[in-house]
Design a protein around this ligand. Structure first.
Ligand SMILES: NC(=O)c1ccc[n+]([C@@H]2O[C@H](COP(=O)([O-])OP(=O)(O)OC[C@H]3O[C@@H](n4cnc5c(N)ncnc54)[C@H](OP(=O)(O)O)[C@@H]3O)[C@@H](O)[C@H]2O)c1
Length: 227
């Protein structure tokens, strides 16, 4: 039986590199994102399955899980990677629309997918959930209030899941990357981590020995030291 995985935010950046590396290791992956053309090119490159949809809509999130389950049979690994921060701004200058969009994608969507996956994985007594958070959830950074609120929320949710999943033999990992050079921000940051390096770190967590679970994984580019 091959291992199966649902990866969100797979059209570009960290998620795209993760799909490539998992497919190369024989994992059957369903890659999710919004950009159908980018997903189609990833399918052509790796043979992965794809599903396009906007995670701002909770019905679309649940439909994604159902479609992934139907396509994969069972979902062994869930990687909640999709996320965004539209801009940096002092809290006083942010709007409710930004808050609600970030809440929907960065917190509510992973909550829903974790909930669905936990129902299946605890029944099957196997599997692994990886939530891609950010070192933003380890510190308080000015001008990152809305993004931080969601990522701190996801950190809390992931910590609870670590404990709730453990009795069932289900692994849960919180990943805290520092800066990564992707389309996440408008300007290129060659001094930041390469997305394929981040993907390699996540792949190593997923392929860790059966008796070993990585609860938290924090890493940064050499350019950063926010210890
Ligand atoms: N880059 C960094 O410095 C950094 C640092 C720490 C943590 N992270 C986290 O790492 C994760 C991946 O980020 P990245 O750097 O790889 O960013 P990226 O290159 O911008 O990729 C973001 C991915 O999320 C998807 N996404 C965004 N909004 C979506 C929506 N409404 N519905 C469905 N999919 C949506 C995008 O899909 P489409 O493009 O198809 O819309 C894309 O595949 C995020 O959770 C981010 O918060 C990033």
């Amino acid at each position: 039986m091959t291992t199966t995985a649902l990866i969100t935010g797979a059209s570009r950046g960290i998620g795209r590199e993760l799909v490539k590396q998992l497919a190369a290791r024989g994992v059957t992956v369903l890659a999710a994102g919004r950009d159908a053309a980018l997903l189609a090119s990833l399918r052509a490159e790796t043979g992965c399955l794809i599903q396009a949809g906007d995670l701002r809509d909770p019905a679309t999130v649940l439909a994604l899980y159902a479609a992934a389950k139907a396509a994969l049979g069972e979902i062994d690994w869930l990687v909640n990677n999709a996320g965004f921060n539209n801009r940096k701004a002092p809290l006083a200058e942010t709007g409710l629309d930004e808050f609600e969009a970030q809440y929907a994608v960065n917190l509510r969507a992973p909550y829903l997918l974790c909930r669905e996956a936990m129902r299946d994985l605890t029944r099957r007594r196997t599997g692994h959930i990886v939530n891609v958070i950010s070192t933003c959830a380890l510190h308080a950074n000015e001008t990152m209030g809305v993004y931080s609120a969601m990522k701190w929320g996801l950190r809390g949710l992931t910590g609870v899941l670590v404990k709730e999943a453990r009795p069932y033999g289900v692994k849960v990992t919180a990943v805290y990357p520092g800066g990564v050079n992707t389309a996440f921000r408008a300007q290129s940051r060659p001094d930041y981590l390469r997305p394929d390096s981040v993907a390699t770190a996540i792949v190593n967590v997923l392929f860790a020995p059966a008796d070993l679970v990585v609860h938290e994984l924090t890493f940064r580019p050499l350019a950063e030291c926010n210890f």
